[in-house]
Design a protein around this ligand. Sequence first.
Ligand code: UDP
Length: 373
Amino acid sequence: MDKKIKDRRITHCLLLPYPAQGHINPILQFSKLLQQQGVKVTLVSTIFYSKNMNKVPSNISFETISDGFDKGGVDEADNYKAYSDSFRKVGTETLSELIEKLDKQDQFKIIEKADWILCNTFYELDKEIADWSIKTWPQFRTVGPNIPSMMFLDKQHKDDEDYCVSQFKSEDCIEWLNDKPKGSVIYVSFGSLASIDEDQMKEIAYGLKNSGNYFLWVVRASEEIKLPKDFEKKSNKGLVVKWCSQIKVLAHESLGCFITHCGWNSTLEALCLGVPLIAMPQLSDQTTNAKYIVDFWKIGIRAKFDEKKIVRQEVLNDCIREILENERGKEIKNNAMQLKNLAMKAINEGGSSHKNIKEFMNDLFPLEPTWPA
Ligand code: UDP
């Protein structure tokens, strides 16, 4: 490569998350750390997912690959295995094409060629990408928790207030939260994927209504049909939205507790922002996360389900009272605040995460890079 070009060229990372909010958010957040060190990043998602995504911020390039289901994504496949097999095959082929395209563009637009691929695609492409790679990465370092830093968590990046890329359009609920008393609002969300049983929706709806507390409930458009017919989406006490900026909601001082499915991102966000949890895990790692929340970190309680695997409204009400009114709730809040402080310490200058990301960057992108020829 021409010396002049080599000197001007900056490191370029492709970010390849599984096409779901819970995978895109952490990798994007990690990419912000890379960008702060001068790395160019390109987010790569599937053609189907990109159709529903809101605008990618201008400082992040965007490219697509195919999972073989460009019209309907995972829902277009007969079953998950068919989707996964197709993602592995078509995803690998189209990713190779993308890398070739970027290599070609590199001859004209000096910064396009990809130097690294960072991926968290479950099992789909991770192995294939690792097989391409000639380097192995034997070292292990902890980085994070990586949530948008926000002014109050990490005073260094004042405009880092949200994840930026979302599959759903957020409704503004901060104004609604603004006039609610401190620590009074119950926030309820089951993330971007979980599908809640109709009976369970009914129990949550009446549980929230009958608790007499303020509540903000995220019910995705695809789930709305399961709400009881007579349930008001906006009342004196409650507001139901299709999606919100969860991180801003959790950071709001009116928040009292979070009824959560214990997705890993939701768990980390609540932990970093000192919000007590009521755990209602639904699938995959969520039960393990709930165990950590309740028994290890002691920042929440588990809402127990009955023999039909439904959390009844009375149980939910007991949990809400326990967190918002009882002594145990105060202990839980204290524990949550302690973890929030530890999280801040870890990501701030001199903290473990801050130190590790710098070391990681030095290893990955040494000052005297030897660019691929
Ligand atoms: N989220 C959001 N608005 C909502 C609900 C969720 O921004 O109304 C975000 C939330 O902050 C988290 C992600 O969506 O970063 C959900 O990830 P998680 O791992 O908690 O659950 P998953 O969606 O993977 O089940």
